[in-house]
Design a protein around this ligand. Sequence first.
Ligand code: NAP
Length: 456
Amino acid sequence: MTHPNGRQDVLHIAIVGSGPSGFYAAEALLRSGRNVQVDMIERLPTPFGLVRSGVAPDHPKLKQSTLVFDRISRQEGFNFLGNVMVGRDVSLVELQSTHHAVILACGAHSDRRMGIPGEDLEGSHTATAFVGWYNGHPDFRDRVFDFTQEVAVIVGHGNVAADVCRILAKPVDELRSTDISDHAFHALSESRLREIYLVGRRGPAQAKFTPKELRELGEIEGTVARLDAQECHVGAQCEVELASPTNTFAAKNVELFRSYILNESSGASRTIRFRFCLRPVALHGNGRVEAMTLERNALEGPAFAQVARPTGACEVLSCGLVFRSIGYRSEAIEGAPFDPQRGVVPNDRGRVLDDSHHVPGLYVTGWQKRGPSGIIGTNRADSIETVEALLSDFAAASGSPRPGATALRDLLEGRGIRIVGLEDWQKIDAAETERGKATGKPREKFTRIDEMLSVL
Ligand code: NAP
């Protein structure tokens, strides 16, 4: 709404989630030229989502995006409200009453299931849990991984599987000066793992690793990356895929896989074995995982749409640890529409849809909007699209004035919630950095919420 004096009413926007998509949405709003007040709500006392708790500790460059987020958070018109969970401390309906619009940017912190017998046996884990554990996420801090086992199987051929494999395979000395959590460093330093299988349901041409990540798996000190020549079968339709100029990653991957055929295991303390066209059918064991049955798949269908069809031929692989890394998944938020099939919030370019109708004032961005794909930067364009939709909906008028953060704070404080503001986070950040100095690490993360709050 524009006043006669030309001043626009402030548009109060709540962003739920403080990962990359949330920060890029905040940036787009603050750059828009509109008079906006952005209130970012985060359930943990710490911001940055998967950049803090997902990016592998030995990939510090990827974490530099936090410098950009940090700059965004210092802009006028930005508020951080950490340690506040939507659905527990405040409802979505309440947020919709204090703010003109709500942008859901909660990412995908759950995981897809294989849906096979034995999946929940002890020793069978999700990549989500393992990644969260080594990165010190409070939800996963107390998970236990049995590194007295010698054989691990990772299901999935994506970059998360590559991260899991690298952290399992790397000599711990190479992790010592990273921001890996102390508990994970100590547990991994006792690891007796010797064989790590990376099992994909399709072939080498369909693996979703980026070549950089795949190459790194072949460069780990003391570890050899291997595959058998017959595993590296590339059929006629795969050749069509590999010849496409838009599919250069796959061509590079296949070249790398072929180079691993020649590798010798002798002398290596660990071996990474790539297996293709295998579908996990069941996990077995007496109280804990001891083996996995895999069924051979054949690829069928045209290039770029080849699907894996089971052939009935099975093999049993002995293993003591299993990590399923077959994709993250968003979770439903009470009061917001959700598509359980796709694991996303249904939307049209960021406008949340309920039965094909836009829910006024409700938007979504990032993995919750499009599913778990792309790199950190992919979320920038995604969030710009959502913010453009939002701003065009509010182009003519803001509608009735909303109280924004003032009312939200009153409501939360009335409920006894300790809101962690930006300055509080900066104190936690400084304390973590200080703790890291003693051991030459960029930071030693607090892994429990009460530890974080005790700094304040
Ligand atoms: P992803 O790249 O989608 O890979 C998932 C893998 O799981 C694929 O090999 C997929 O096979 C397989 N899969 C899916 N459902 C399955 C099932 N039911 N049974 C067996 N296998 C199944 O997912 P992601 O590895 O979780 O990564 C998520 C996103 O984060 C990606 O965009 C990734 O590039 C990004 N990421 C980037 C980095 C980095 O830049 N360093 C690090 C981590 C993650 P199909 O191909 O047959 O579906």
